[in-house]
Design a protein around this ligand. Structure first.
Ligand code: SF4
Length: 312
């Protein structure tokens, strides 16, 4: 910019908005190197992004796609925010830019971006697709599609479209239960897309993509971790090319299902599910949730805001 006269430079700087988001808060975990960054949008919504630092020096970022979520999942703090809206692609991408600056100052590089923060990405499909294109593009962020992941509660047609448009971008489906009634109770919005339809969409994604679909199962005591759940899950997954990720439950206040308080599964039950799935030949991992001490772990985002409404 030095070849450009100072006056022009100043006019340019005044006319162009380089950032959509203003940093509002930052919390660093004392346990595991996770950082939660809270951003304020121009219309005063608060959204959260989570940095996950990996020892190799590379890092992952979990970004938000909405300011709240109509999903209403019982185990999720974001689902309790009323009056949310879709983020714009500039707001999605500015989370990556801002966090890239934080990491660059630490001598780290951003390697993975996962759309697993606040909101249901496939309810903001156009914006998510344009953000993915920018993240992958050589004139954009130049990240490999293999290092991008979109997590959804499972909207069949949108899963097919995304898989067709981005064969290399990872898909994670929040299944949680292969029993329809349990899933309906846990994830009210997902009732619109019964388990059979969702399974067919994953089957289609398997033919459109050359990578496995991640299936996420939240481990809830007596709700998703029983022997009946194991059998239902194995039956439902059979024939799909998937990787199963078992997620320990991070409490988000007092949440009940049919009058029974939701509690984390005992680690023995998680291990039993893991072994049963492995015995059935499914690649299965147990997620190590980072950032639970700063309200940044899975399901906890926006926990401080969730009893309030966001601006309309
Ligand atoms: S888990 Fe995802 S889809 Fe469900 S309420 Fe939370 S943000 Fe929405």
């Amino acid at each position: 910019m030095e070849a450009i006269p100072v006056g022009v430079r100043d006019r340019f700087a005044a006319a162009v908005r380089f950032h959509e988001l203003t940093p509002a808060d930052r919390r660093d975990s004392r346990k595991d190197g996770a950082t939660k960054v809270v951003f304020r949008t121009p219309d005063d919504h608060l959204i959260e992004s989570v940095i996950l630092r990996i020892q190799s020096g590379r890092s992952s970022l979990c970004v938000s796609s909405q300011t709240g979520c109509v999903g209403g999942c019982r185990f999720c703090a974001t689902g309790r925010i009323k009056g949310g809206r879709n983020l714009t692609s500039a707001e999605v991408l500015d989370q990556v830019v801002r966090v890239g600056e934080i990491l660059a100052a630490e001598g780290r590089r951003l390697r993975n971006v996962v759309l697993m923060g606040m909101g249901e990405p496939l309810l903001n499909e156009d914006v998510v697709c344009s953000a993915l294109a920018a993240l992958r593009g050589h004139d954009g962020f130049n990240l490999s599609g293999r290092h991008l992941l979109v997590s959804t509660l499972g909207i069949p047609d949108a899963i097919r479209r995304l898989a067709a448009k981005f064969p290399q971008v990872g898909l994670a489906v929040s299944l949680h239960s292969a029993r329809q009634t349990v899933r309906d109770d846990l994830m009210p919005l997902a009732r619109r897309w019964p388990l059979g339809e969702l399974r067919q969409a994953i089957l289609d994604a398997n033919t459109l993509q050359d990578r496995t679909v991640m299936i996420e199962v939240l481990m809830l005591d007596g709700v998703t971790d029983t022997e009946t759940d194991q059998a239902a899950l194995i039956e439902w997954l059979t024939g799909l090319r998937v990787h199963v990720n078992l997620i320990p439950f991070n409490p988000v206040g007092d949440v009940a299902l049919d009058g029974v308080r939701l509690r984390a599964s005992h680690s023995v039950r998680i291990q039993s599910m893991l072994e049963a799935l492995k015995a059935a030949s499914f690649t299965t991992t147990r997620r190590r949730s980072l950032g639970s001490d700063i309200g940044a772990a899975c399901g906890q985002l926006a926990g401080d805001q969730s009893e309030q409404s966001q601006p309309a």
